[in-house]
Design a protein around this ligand. Structure first.
Ligand SMILES: [Zn+2]
Length: 1034
């Protein structure tokens, strides 16, 4: 699935400007830097699960209570209605097997409030039995099968028949599931997942023999979210049985399981029901063996009112209409698949369709007005091409007859790759070419490329268990760049933009002592959300890219083809992949033990900084050493048993030697010791060394100062001798090495000077992103304007050269001049953020023109910059105008940047008003509220407000997002990452002390980040300002 990308930090900066623009002199926090500069995690950095918790407070409880009473009544009635129409019929007396009565989930953990309590065979007898049983297990010193974190292995589901009946008018549904079970070890217990549902009846029967197996009792065990059926006798090995469960549940208003959302069409609110089962929510929609290893086939039927349509992974085989206005859709049987990729929807969307060369029918379903406007056409078109691309690249055909893309108004993640029915939040798939920027188009494109990759890496071959989630996510994230290169060959995404958006960004996170390995142990369901984080996505992708590069791309591709062919319709773990890739290498005569190499990168946290020393020697010998890179060397390692000293990696290092006119590349040197000597034949007196050619490796490189000077000299005299990706890499490494204290503070600022001649986008982008955290460290200091002045000088000439875009971007232009347009955007953003007067005037003029003419003629690609700059510079009327536009616009891309612009104000009253409004779900979508708070925190005028707001509202925020770790950690890090005074550090520590539990990992990361910020201020701030002062007077 795709996480919501974390936008790079672009925030308004504090600038003292006299500028009496329009209304005069508010300090200008210019700064749409936020959008542009930062790492734009494309798919979701923070994939987000917005789960709202059920109980948002008293009001909700009351409502729930009412609802439950109604449901209790309705369900009994409804169930019969629905069951009557279902193919298999309701469990009536007389079938084979015994029927057990209803079991209710016990009250408490994780149960919707207010469900009536009742027990299968209820009462004290059952309880006593249960206690006896528990004691028996205790005597055997074993956990009973239902209390273990993983399902017991004695049963295996082979096939599910699932019949559902959806009541959209009261948001309930009923279901009947028949599971065909294979018995591997004899047992009296059937333990499977089921959560937040009411179970009406249970029956167990042997497949072929008449006569069922009597059910002794049934119960829920909420701690592990399972439902237990205790039988009177053991199920026998190697026989197969049928388990039938009849149940009912709510179509929840939160974003997991089978949930509802709504939209307004022609002034009328319409509802839809859709599912999100990854990672562990299928169990909220039907009783099942909800672990990825239990692949089975599924046959689904959905009964609903004929005014709706229903969708699922497979196409509809038959539809049976009834006279009362109901219809039952019977879907074809799925191939073997994991429960979390199952999906269905009940909605009244319309669609457009296309067909691939190989005959796969692709449809895009969305609200009717969006389909009519053609907002889904772009996605539909590239999906067709991408299926063709992947079929060709993997040499494995797409496995299902159809693929539906469903655009929904609300979703916890950017998107979810359900097999054959992938679900996208509207902002990540609908695109109106007349008002979308290149960046928006890029976001949409990459999310689609990502989800389509999963149809192979994920749906077809599924990780055995969640510790390897990084494998599927890392691959899909890496392929976002490869697939986009296929669609737009000139964009060079994999060679270029990957660096800034993935590699540089994740090295920021992974450089903290409190990071974690990309492969994380996962014991229980509650740990699983934790593994969907940026480390899994971005570090996973960066490691895969490093692997592809040291293997060679064509061998890597062959290995992947083998891997998919061998494991299709099954599960695989990382070692399966490493083995297949090692074999592919062997076939071309190379021998690398991929498992041994990759284990060091995936099981250890962090990454190395390589130091290359050597220009001083005459015998062509250089010394290469490695150590773990950390931003704050004062922090204690997370695992004190092994100091940072014991971290070692096998590093595929490439080194080039260059002089003013040429560069020679060397083959890979494998560095595996703390320190090694290597001979470099071509080394001469005036030549420089450059490590990590094209930044394909996941590590940083440092040199002696003399070599840094030679490199700076090279960049100034003829930067094109060094590749674009290495120019970007040098910038990012230098800024971060300096921030961590490995390098004097002036080196990165000296490197930047060559940018006035730099015509490529990537190095500018790298500089802009690397400057961002430095800017945030300085933006509330007294001498900020010295820094500001220095940056403005570096940007001025390129800003003049490039000028502003006009508003006639058409498609061919997008294709041809993406690099140029992105460069211009980057430079404009820097100029406006740091207070270039011309840039400010231009932004103000454009906004004034919009207000006076009520026609928005602002060029699409810089709208966010102009809006933000306008809001920060101009008076409250502009803020109100943007606020009004935010409400009135229906284009999702526009809505987002309008909302973010509102956070750019330097008026603290407006910022406070916005913060308070952000928690009103009617005004700001839940998934957007976090962005509002974070963006206010990036604004130097709002940082303390957001920080205070966060602490005061923590209970509410944590109730809203706490279950969705991804969002919660985005919020925690976004609000705290730029706190940098002793006082703020104290506040943070006190705050953490004063509340209980939750988000502990995010908070320890936050403390480390703020400590590093404070340390940097103490040790290096003065050094930096001294150099800047000197440099500006020269
Ligand atoms: Zn994904």
């Amino acid at each position: 699935m795709a996480l919501e990308e974390k936008r790079p930090p672009v925030t308004p900066m504090m600038i003292e400007e006299e500028a009496a623009l329009r209304n005069g002199s508010r300090g200008l926090p210019p700064g749409p830097w936020a959008e542009a500069a930062g790492p734009r995690p494309r798919t979701t950095e923070r994939h987000i699960a917005v789960h709202k918790r059920l109980v948002l407070g008293f009001a909700v409880s009351i409502l729930a209570l009412l609802a439950v009473t109604m449901i209790a009544v309705l369900l009994t009635v409804r169930f019969e209605e629905c069951g009557g129409a279902a193919a298999d019929g309701p469990p009536r007396a007389g079938g084979n097997g015994s029927l057990s009565g209803a079991a209710r989930q016990p009250p408490g953990a994780g149960q919707p409030p207010g469900r009536p309590e009742e027990e299968a065979r209820g009462g004290e007898a059952a309880e006593e039995e249960e206690e006896e049983e528990e004691e028996e297990w205790q005597r055997r010193r074993e956990l009973p099968p239902w209390a273990r974190p993983r399902l017991p292995r004695h049963l295996r589901p082979l096939h599910y028949n699932l019949m559902l009946c959806a009541f959209m008018e009261n948001f309930t549904f009923s279901g009947e599931v028949n599971v065909q079970l294979e018995v591997r070890n004899a047992s009296r217990y059937i333990v499977l997942h089921a959560h937040r549902m009411h179970i009406e009846a249970v029956r167990v029967a042997e497949d072929k023999l008449a006569g069922g197996v009597r059910v002794a009792r049934t119960f829920f065990y909420p701690q592990t979210q399972v439902f237990v059926v205790v039988l009177n006798r053991s199920l026998e090995v190697q026989r197969s049985y049928n388990l039938k469960i009849i149940y009912s549940a709510l179509i929840e208003n939160e974003l997991l399981g089978f949930f509802r959302s709504s939209y307004v069409l022609h002034g009328e609110r319409r509802f839809l029901g859709v599912t999100q089962f990854s990672p562990t929510h299928a169990r909220k929609a039907f009783p099942c063996f909800d672990e990825p290893i239990y692949k089975a086939t599924f046959k689904i039927s959905i009964r609903h009112q004929a005014t709706y349509l229903s969708l699922s992974n497979m196409p509809v085989e038959t539809s049976v209409f009834e006279e009362d206005g109901w219809v039952t859709d019977h879907f074809s049987q799925t191939p073997l698949m994991s429960t979390y990729y199952l999906a269905w929807a009940v909605c009244n969307f319309t669609y457009r369709e296309t067909v691939t060369k190989s005959g796969v029918v692709v449809r895009l379903y969305a609200r009717p007005d969006a389909i009519r406007r053609g907002s889904g056409d772009y996605a539909l078109n590239i999906t067709r091409r991408l299926i063709e691309f992947y079929e060709d690249y993997f040499k494995v055909p797409y496995s299902l007859p159809k693929l539906d893309l469903l655009a929904v108004p609300k979703h916890p993640y950017a998107a979810m790759e359900n097999w054959g029915l992938s679900v996208f939040v509207e902002q990540r798939i609908l695109l109106d070419p007349s008002i979308s920027s290149i960046l928006y188009l890029l976001d949409v494109t990459m999310v689609i490329v990502h989800e389509l990759c999963h149809q192979w890496f994920g749906d077809l071959v599924t990780p055995v268990w969640w510790e390897d989630v990084w494998l599927k996510e890392g691959f899909a994230h890496y392929f976002e760049f490869v697939g986009t290169d296929y669609l737009y060959p000139g964009w060079n995404m994999e060679k270029q933009r990957f660096l800034t958006d993935v590699l540089h960004e994740v090295m920021l996170l992974d450089g903290l002592a409190s990071s974690h390995p990309v492969s994380q142990e996962v014991q229980q369901a509650s740990d699983i959300d934790r593994v969907f984080d940026w480390i899994a996505y971005k570090k996973g992708a960066a490691l895969i890219r490093m692997l592809a590069n040291f293997m060679g791309h064509s061998v890597f591709q062959m290995g992947l083809q083998d891997y998919l062919t061998i494991h299709k319709y099954g599960n695989a773990a990382r070692n399966d992949l490493w083995n297949t890739l090692s074999k592919a290498l062997k076939r071309v005569g190379k021998s690398v033990n991929i498992q041994e190499v990759m284990d060091q990168w995936t099981l250890q946290m962090g990454y190395p900084v390589i130091t290359i020393l050597g220009n001083e020697t005459t015998d062509n010998i250089i010394v290469i050493s490695q150590e773990r890179f950390v931003y704050d060397s004062d922090t204690k390692p997370k695992d004190p048993a092994r100091g940072d000293n014991s971290y070692l990696w096998q590093i595929p290092l490439t080194i080039a030697v260059g002089n003013t006119s040429h560069i020679s590349s060397e083959a890979i040197i494998w560095v595996s010791n703390k320190s090694e000597h290597h001979r470099i034949p071509a080394l001469e007196e005036a030549s420089w060394l450059l490590g990590n050619i094209n930044q394909t490796g996941y590590f940083r490189v440092n040199y002696d100062i003399r070599n840094w000077r030679l490199l700076i000299n090279q960049l100034t005299r003829n930067h094109e001798v060094i590749s674009v990706s290495n120019r970007a890499g040098l910038i990012d490494d230098a800024f971060n090495l300096a921030r961590a204290g490995y390098l004097p503070q002036n080196i990165p600022l000296e490197i930047m000077r060559y940018l006035s001649e730099e015509k490529d986008f990537l190095p500018w982008h790298a500089a802009s992103r690397a400057l961002y955290p430095l800017d945030k460290l300085l933006d509330r200091t007294e001498n900020y304007n010295i820094f500001n002045e220095y940056i403005l000088r570096q940007v001025a000439s390129m800003y003049l050269k490039l000028g502003w875009p006009t508003n006639n971007l058409n498609k061919s232009l997008v294709q041809a001049s993406y690099q140029h347009e992105e460069l211009r955007r980057e430079v404009i953003m820097l100029a406006c953020s740091f207070g270039n007067k011309h840039c400010h005037q231009q932004a103000a003029t454009l906004i004034s023109d919009w207000i006076s003419s009520n026609r928005n003629r602002i060029p699409l690609n810089v709208r966010d910059i102009v809006y933000c700059t306008g809001v920060s510079l101009m008076d409250e009327d502009v803020w109100e105008f943007i606020w009004m536009k935010f409400h009135s616009t229906t284009a999702v891309s526009e809505k987002k940047i309008l909302l973010e612009a509102l956070t750019c104000s330097d008026d603290r009253n407006l910022l406070n008003r916005l913060l308070n409004l952000s928690l009103n779900s009617e005004v700001v979508l839940d998934q957007d509220a976090i962005d509002v708070i974070i963006h206010v925190a990036r604004n130097p005028h709002g940082r303390d407000l957001a920080w205070k707001f966060f602490r005061e509202k923590w209970k509410i925020l944590n109730a809203r997002y706490g279950e969705a770790l991804f969002m919660n950690s985005k919020l925690v890090s976004g609000v705290t990452e730029f706190l940098n005074t002793e006082g703020e550090l104290r506040e943070l520590k006190n705050f953490i002390k004063s509340y209980e539990g939750g988000a502990a990992v995010s908070f320890s990361r936050a403390v480390e980040t703020v400590e590093a910020n404070v340390r940097w201020q103490r040790l290096y701030k003065e050094e930096l300002f001294q150099w800047l002062r000197k440099s500006l007077t020269q």
